[in-house]
Design a protein around this ligand. Sequence first.
Ligand code: FMN
Length: 411
Amino acid sequence: MKVVLGVSGGIAAYKACELLRLFTESGHEVRVVPTREALKFVGAPTWAALSGHPVSAEVWDDVHEVPHVRIGKGADLVVVAPATADVLARAAHGLAGDLLTNTLLTATCPVVFAPAMHTEMWQHAATRANVATLRSRGAVVIDPAAGRLTGADTGPGRLPDPAEIFQACLRVLAGRPRDLAGRKVVVSAGGTREAIDPVRFIGNRSSGLQGYALARTAAARGAEVTLVAANVTLPDPAGAAIVRVESTAELREAVLSASADADVVVMAAAVADFRPESRHDAKIKKTDGEPEAIRLVKNPDILAELGERRRAARTALTDGDREAGPGAVPPRVIVGFAAETHDVLANGQAKLARKGCDLLVVNQVGEGLAFGTAGNAATVLVAGGEAVEVPFGPKEDLADVVWDLVAARLP
Ligand SMILES: Cc1cc2nc3c(=O)[nH]c(=O)nc-3n(C[C@H](O)[C@H](O)[C@H](O)COP(=O)(O)O)c2cc1C
């Protein structure tokens, strides 16, 4: 595929070198089009050597080849990373003062922007309006990650990890549907930890890979994603707002608050069923003698609570609301996960009936199965009877099956 990598003048321009490598090493032909300001951060020789193509920011070089039209028209994808506040504004307003903005005006292929800037610039009304304009024209604008910015400051505005931008671009190239555009989804991922004392906890083997794949694919399909991540060390998925939690109580609070106006909640996190009845304030020492037994108490069942809250809200609907159908009550679709070591389907069916969710993804777990692996196999049980088998494959594939089923259930 022919990819145009637009690079604008932000401090994260150096990270685009890695994005370029990811494209070229997977067989894509990449033409880099930097802005003049981008060349102050990373020079043309770097882009030319890494891409194998000449590099210019101007429409006046190699004019006989009419690059200001030809590059955009010949592209299968244009990705601008990092996209400065300035380049977003120029693209939104159709300005064409350099080769990159000419290319954006002549491209008929999908366009992806990966903005990076200081939080104040990202949150400014002008930038918000420019992003909305670009999205309304069909461009994919990946929300920046939160984290360390140019100086000592932190906040939303950081360029997502190049590998995450690359994955988002591959999804756009593969023509994934944008059927979750305008939908608000909440995904929980990872595994909760229950403290025994300040240094020890009871945890589980969940890596967060499946939840992160769900968040990444939902964002690629256009959803506004809140990812509630419990103890996950993976790179932030491009385009998701992340809330980090540790314990089940924290995860419950974050999920319930984010799901109040959500269209979809997917509970992919492995939530501890039990926690120690009490937490020691100081580290339990070997010298304290024989350890005392740890008494466990039950944690709240968040999936059942989501289902119960929705059931109660549906019952309380006024006659007028009821005419809008059960879909009037958020979350419109609730998806649970069941990790089972034996009697997988029977346990899954029983859990689906008990929890009041719409879909239940059932998978077998154990050593080398599901936890921490790149792939997964599962059965998705649908309330009402259907069961969809998903053969072993990348966790993104399972995620896409889940979103297909979810999209079909959204009003
Ligand atoms: C050290 C430094 C870092 C900058 N980082 C960013 C940035 O991350 N995002 C941004 O929007 N602008 C940033 N700017 C401001 C842009 O470089 C400036 O708006 C420039 O006009 C952008 O031009 P371009 O969009 O044509 O590349 C930075 C400027 C400097 C001097």
